[in-house]
Design a protein. Structure first.
Length: 113
């Protein structure tokens, strides 16, 4: 509807964020992305492997950081702890601060927000 309205399309400002480039990983579970998704009133955590493009989604009972961490631990226990990087949207600072503090991840791994 907006695209067919001349006034709307002239006034609409597009804020396109530049892509952040990163090297392609050499093997599975070297670099993963983590994000939270709300769909039809329910929250999910998504963990995606950058190498294989395999992803796993878990339904969250609530949005508490510990709940998200528990689901991530469950996913990582099946596939392995990411080797070097977890890339995450900085939307939930409390969650990511807790992830950095739990010492669950390998010492050489970096959490990128």
């Amino acid at each position: 509807m907006i695209s067919s309205c001349d006034s709307c399309s002239k006034q609409q400002v597009y804020h396109k964020e530049p892509m952040i480039k990163c090297e392609f990983p050499e093997r599975p579970w070297q670099r993963v992305g983590v994000d939270l998704l709300k769909l039809k009133g329910k929250w999910y955590v998504i963990v995606a492997d950058y190498y294989s493009r395999f992803f796993e989604v878990a339904l969250l009972e609530n949005q508490k950081a510990q709940t998200v961490i528990n689901h991530m631990k469950s996913i990582f226990s099946r596939h392995s702890i990411p080797e070097t990087e977890v890339i995450a949207d900085p939307g939930s600072q409390q969650l990511w601060r807790q992830l950095e503090n739990i010492n669950y991840f390998q010492k050489n791994m970096v959490l990128i927000l």
